[in-house]
Design a protein around this ligand. Structure first.
Ligand code: AHR
Length: 540
């Protein structure tokens, strides 16, 4: 029985004193008025309501999902990183200072090197020793150009040390031998005076290097040797045993070649074997490669594209979710404790090459659409942080979805660079679930979420929210509810067009702008997300 019903019954029977009856009438009137007021002012249907479950901490978002990839490909290493000690471009031991400074701001956790397809044709000995004495070799995968080998093992390890990152080396399984890989690891990590360790000292590094990540081959189902999953597995067992890390057991994660796009045969075969793995071999990670490409050969334009292309590529990017789910489900069957991580160590947009450049160099401009592609992928990795503990965007400089483009002594930062910079607080943060009902952005047959968001509690306790508005024409007002939050401060990356880019003549066309929003008093804040934008804010 409701209060109103009990009141009428009591009054008719004349049981209550008049004062009590008047009090009940008053309460009833007030309740009715409040209810009417609510009915008269419905919540703005345009506003998207977003809630952060601040007390439902998920997995740690490993900082290594913000890793980079630098292959000997086109102008990625030579010109992009290495200009040589004699260059007029300011450098430290041959490594350009402007690039190092820009990368330091990204807190790059690790860099994968030397490839890619290049890794399975790389012979490390050709890249050590006095600079003038190193042989010129060929780079058949990428334009058939001369590989001068002036940037080799020591130069790479100097580079990662300069930017504050960790090395992720890929050993040559395709055209190399287990002995070659084993000797490289001994050369790098032995602390006893073996001949190889002494050679390392002669070459300028008496201390052993730390190699926390080792890739065992690259795309062995493709450019790495067209191996069946079973054949690769037998190679993996040999390499994972003999490519020893002398810095101590457990200090180096070995990452096996895994799936490329939808084919799960490597995942199934390797994880099944891993389940009953014996002491003489092991892995700590399984790689996954998947690009946003549209179609092969890559021909989607990097600039000057229309909304149909924009929608197609964002939609394809979101398929990363399915790929991870599918492979994670297989891994869960054999590894329910999630000991083996899924390392998405090649991802990003792969578009038509910049007109006038060597098509083998995979150079492409980087637009605001790429910024969204980066944010969407990072959000997916964060949502799967329990299994995806490493990812490497392809590639760092001048190649594919790059952070940085260089032209002789000039350097520009791309929209993708800014997304990585804005996401720094998410490194090693604790994932927090977000709920929002933003509806869809629809173009033709394509329908994708209108807004995508992730939240996390940073290492220092701060609460962070990242939001991507996929809709190219509609702004998205988002009302954020999170226990006690009164203001949001951070940056937003928006642009005039979906294909806006930075160029050497106009280097700051796309750059983040600060935003600060305060609660209007009701404990909620409303962020207005510009069309096709990425926003990262701290909530306080
Ligand atoms: O990133 C370019 C190439 O893409 C890599 O070398 C290879 O692994 C992949 O197919």
């Amino acid at each position: 029985m409701t209060g109103a019903e009990s009141f009428s019954q009591d009054a008719v029977e004349g049981v209550l004193p008049v004062r009590e009856t008047m009090r009940k009438i008053f309460v009833l009137v007030v309740v009715t008025l409040i209810a009417r007021a609510h009915a008269a002012a419905p919540r703005d249907p345009e506003v998207i309501h977003l809630t952060v479950a601040v007390n439902e901490a998920g997995a740690k978002i490993d900082r290594h999902i913000f890793g980079q990839f630098a292959e000997h490909l086109g102008r990625g290493i030579y010109e992009g990183i290495w200009v040589g000690p004699g260059s007029t471009i300011p450098n430290t031991r041959g490594i350009r200072n402007d690039v190092v400074a820009a990368l330091k701001a990204l807190h790059v956790p690790d860099v994968r090197w030397p490839g890619g397809c290049f890794a399975d044709e790389y012979h490390w000995r050709k890249g050590i020793g006095p600079a003038g004495k190193r042989p010129a070799t060929l780079n058949p995968n990428w334009g058939g150009v001369i590989e001068p080998n002036t940037f080799g093992t020591h130069e790479f390890l100097d580079f990662v040390q300069q930017i504050g990152a960790e090395p992720y080396l890929s050993v040559n399984v395709g055209s190399g031998t287990p002995q070659e890989a084993a000797e490289w690891l001994e050369y790098l990590t032995a602390d006893k005076p073996s001949a190889l360790a002494q050679e390392r000292a002669v070459n300028g590094h008496s201390e052993p290097y730390k190699i926390p990540f080792l890739g065992i081959g690259n795309e062995s189902w493709g450019c790495g040797g067209t191996m069946s999953a079973e054949f690769y597995l037998s190679q993996l067992k040999i390499y994972s045993h003999f490519a020893r890390n002398y810095a101590g057991a457990g200090a180096m994660q070995r990452i096996a070649v895994g799936p490329g796009d939808a084919d799960t045969s490597y995942t199934e075969t390797i994880m099944k074997a891993w389940q009953s793995q014996v002491w003489s071999w092991n892995i700590e990670g399984l790689s996954l490669h998947s690009y946003t490409v549209g179609k092969w050969p890559p021909s989607y334009k990097a600039t000057g594209f229309d909304e149909a292309d924009y929608a197609t590529l964002l939609n394809e990017t979101l398929h990363m979710e399915t790929l991870i789910r599918t492979n994670a489900a297989i891994m869960d069957r054999y590894d329910p404790q999630k000991k083996v991580s899924l390392a998405v160590d090649e991802w990003g947009s792969w578009l038509a090459p910049t007109p006038g450049t060597n098509p083998g160099f995979l150079e492409q401009q980087n637009s605001q659409r790429d910024a969204l592609i980066a944010a969407l992928n990072l959000n997916i990795f964060a949502r799967h942080a329990d299994r995806v503990r490493m990812a490497n965007i392809a590639q760092m400089i001048n190649v594919l979805q790059a952070m940085i483009l260089t032209d002789r002594d000039k350097m520009i930062l791309t929209p993708t660079y800014y997304v990585f910079r804005m996401y720094v607080p998410f490194q090693d943060a604790t994932f927090l679930p977000v709920t929002l009902a933003a509806g869809s952005y629809v173009h033709g047959e394509i329908s994708v979420p209108r807004v995508d968001a992730i939240a996390a509690r940073a290492v220092n306790g701060r609460l962070w929210l990242a939001l991507t508005n996929l809709d190219p024409t509609r702004a998205a007002p988002v009302e954020v509810s999170a226990a006690g939050v009164k203001q949001a401060t951070g940056e937003t990356l928006s642009s005039a067009g979906i294909d806006s880019v930075n160029t050497f003549d106009a280097p700051t066309t796309v750059a983040p702008q600060p935003i600060a929003v305060k609660s209007s008093g009701g404990g909620q804040i409303v962020l207005k997300l510009a069309p096709h934008s990425v926003t990262v804010v701290a909530l306080e």
